[in-house]
Write a protein that binds this ligand. Structure first.
Ligand code: FEO
Ligand code: CA
Ligand code: CA
Ligand code: CA
Length: 657
């Protein structure tokens, strides 16, 4: 294995980045009570455990499913494997819609990988596309044929983007040869994009010169709202108000609200900060808990605000959930601090039965937590404008998974429990800025890297995707994180009582422990109906189609780890086929599958193919000059390009039906 590290992998392998220092229960004692540690350690739970923990809802649905004898995912599986191309199930087309460097803004210059500039990149599609939101165009004859796509641009991969760079670690700074010009290209390749898309004669196209077109990047002016807005800990020399910040960073997954806005989540923000933290720094305890500064990027060499020694509060202005109105290209994005500061994978919401809006979010770090936010106000369905600032006021809480199969939502409210001035929480601003430390004090359950957390509107059940945690020791396993050295991740199902997403207590079940079910030591629990192509590791994103079916995207499969590329799988959640998975689409070598998103009619599935050819993900050397794939162009003078792909059924019809 070579030494070079991709950004994602550097994060994965880095030591003690924002490590959870507490001894909060991992419920190690509880697992023994509930499932028996010896069985877990032997990986002997299998199908019996699924049967023992199957939810009443699933049992209720079982007879119905039996009657239909239902495989709900009707397609011929794609073969699991790894090569230079992407592959979709037979009878479907997977068409590249937009690639890194393609025009977004009217008049954007043509992409020239040998002469990149920040000015050009600011008008072009950014790098490493992740979350995709689809917003039907108001008044469209067919809302599934015309709309806006909002796409996150999570991070940049220098050795694949720029000629002549070789990844090297010089005193903790990767890419010592990065110049100010290249850094500015990188900053312009971050953020997000809004594009107008239309389907004509069955094929999707980006609408040129759209009045909605927008690029958001690491320099876009944004407003800070909610309890931390204006707080002294958010004030900087460039912004004494503590209310105005430039840009958003490492936006991974996200959500779409029923009032028509895009929620886009800052994940590994710590990687952009530079310098050396001293224990006398006022934010030292806070920054240590988040791994700031991580020195992944050279930005701090050229922009003082990313140097924690020069601008000690700037890092408090990142790690938020950002709300953007995609239909107003001049709308100022808002960082909604009421939802807390973390390495937010995503933010998926649902209108509760009483009308309040509930947002779930995972904090993607080993041994970190699952969060929930419940608005104070009810969603006004008749007047979307009335909901514009609804996310500024509500109750934030964190999950504790108990061995008896219940979940307690512990309120992160200043003045309650241990969240007092004596512990450094003098206001709700302190609680949201240091959400992790607040959750530590409450005894939340340390999870195996929580990625998407999302409710299925058809069943109200909430799915928690836990991607992996190679550092969990045998004495740290618990009911909700039952495997030591959890290399392949698992998926938990939470059941709100009577569909009440604001309840203090939920129930939870294990949906599936991932990995190869034919290898006993792995302890995977896919159903026996799952084919050799159907299982996966490292679940990351979840999407539900309008029929309530559950689709899982992955990040971290590879030839050496699972003998397969990342991709998209359809997973049964109800009835006797619960835990059966089928492989629909796979991405090229080195890539991960992100952003699965259906049009309302289920006829189109948009996906983001992120970091194709990334060396560490591929498990082999890769560079601009010699990438392991040149997907999607396969031209000798064109580097691999992260892209959005539109998948449709040949001849029309709903996906997988
Ligand atoms: Fe950006 Fe948690 O994956
Ligand atoms: Ca990603
Ligand atoms: Ca992700
Ligand atoms: Ca991931």
């Amino acid at each position: 294995m070579r030494e070079t590290l991709s950004r994602a992998r550097a994060y994965e392998e880095s030591e003690d980045v924002g490590r959870n220092p507490t001894d909060n229960p991992t419920i190690g004692d509880v697992i023994a009570a509930r499932l028996g540690r010896r069985d877990i350690l032997k990986g002997a739970l299998g199908v019996a455990a699924i049967a023992a923990t199957v939810s009443p809802l699933a049992l209720a649905a079982a007879s119905k499913a039996n009657a239909e004898n239902a495989n709900r995912f009707r397609f011929d599986e794609v073969e699991a494997g790894v090569d230079q191309n992407h592959h979709v199930a037979a009878g479907y087309d997977a068409d590249v819609l937009i690639r890194w460097g393609d025009p977004v803004m009217p008049g954007a210059p043509a992409f020239d990988p040998m002469k990149q500039t920040a000015a050009a990149q600011r008008q072009q599609f950014g790098y490493n596309c992740d979350f995709i939101g689809y917003f039907p165009m108001p008044g469209a004859a067919n809302p599934s044929d015309h709309g806006l796509l909002t796409v996150n641009h999570e991070y940049t991969t220098e050795e694949l983007m720029f000629p002549g760079l070789r990844r090297q670690d010089v005193k903790g700074i990767l890419f010592a040869e990065m110049t100010a010009d290249l850094v500015n290209v990188e900053m312009a390749a971050h953020g997000g994009a809004v594009i107008e898309v239309r389907r004509e004669n069955g094929k999707w196209q980006v609408v040129g010169n759209s009045k909605y077109a927008r690029r958001i990047d690491a320099s876009t002016p944004m407003e800070i709202t909610g309890p931390a807005a204006g707080h002294a800990r958010l004030q900087t020399s460039a912004d004494p108000s503590g209310r105005r910040v430039l840009g958003m960073l490492n936006n991974c997954a996200g959500g779409v609200t029923p009032w028509g806005t895009w929620l886009t989540c800052e994940e590994n923000f710590h990687g952009y900060f530079h310098g050396k933290l001293s224990d006398t720094q006022p934010e030292a305890r806070n920054y240590k808990r988040y791994g700031v500064p991580a020195n992944w990027y050279a930005w701090g060499k050229f922009h003082d605000r990313f140097d924690v020694n020069k601008e000690p509060n700037e890092a408090n202005r990142f790690g938020w959930i950002v709300e953007i109105d995609p239909f107003d290209p001049n709308a100022v994005p808002k960082k909604r601090t009421a939802l807390g500061r973390a390495k937010h994978e995503g933010a998926a919401g649902i209108i509760n039965s009483d009308g309040r809006y509930v947002v779930y979010s995972g904090d993607d770090e080993r041994f970190d937590y699952v969060y929930r936010f419940v608005t104070t106000a009810r969603v006004d369905r008749a007047n979307p404008q009335a909901n514009r600032d609804i996310l500024d006021d509500g109750v934030l809480s964190v999950a504790r998974y108990n061995a008896d199969g219940t979940v307690d939502w512990l309120p992160l409210v200043q003045g309650q429990a241990l969240l007092t001035p004596e512990n450094g929480f003098s206001s709700q601003a302190d609680v949201v800025i240091e959400m992790r430390r607040a959750a530590d004090l409450l005894g939340a359950t340390k999870m195996d890297r929580p990625e998407d957390v999302e409710a299925n509107p058809a069943t109200q059940n909430v799915y928690v995707l836990l991607t992996n945690n190679s550092r969990r020791k045998p004495d740290q396993v618990d009911a909700a994180n039952p495997r030591a050295d959890n290399r392949f991740g698992h998926i938990i199902e939470m059941i709100p009582p009577g569909g009440d997403h604001a309840a203090e207590k939920f129930r939870w079940e294990m949906l599936v422990r991932c990995g190869d079910p034919t290898v006993a030591d792995v302890g995977a629990t896919f159903s026996t109906d799952t084919s050799r192509n159907g299982w996966f590791g490292m679940p990351d994103n979840v999407a539900f189609d309008s029929q309530g079916r559950t689709w899982i995207g992955t990040d971290g499969n590879s030839k050496s780890r699972t003998g397969r590329a990342d991709g998209l799988w359809g997973v049964e959640t109800e009835g006797p086929r619960r835990g059966t998975s089928r492989h629909f689409y796979r991405v090229p070598v080195g890539a991960e599958l992100c952003g699965p998103c259906f049009t309302p009619d289920d006829e189109t599935l948009f996906v983001a193919v992120q970091h194709p050819a990334e060396g560490q993900s591929a498990g082999q050397p890769s560079s601009f000059e010699e990438p392991v794939t040149r997907w999607p162009d396969f031209k000798p003078d064109m580097p691999p390009r992260p892209s959005v792909v539109a998948i449709t059924k040949r001849g029309g019809g709903k996906i997988a039906s």
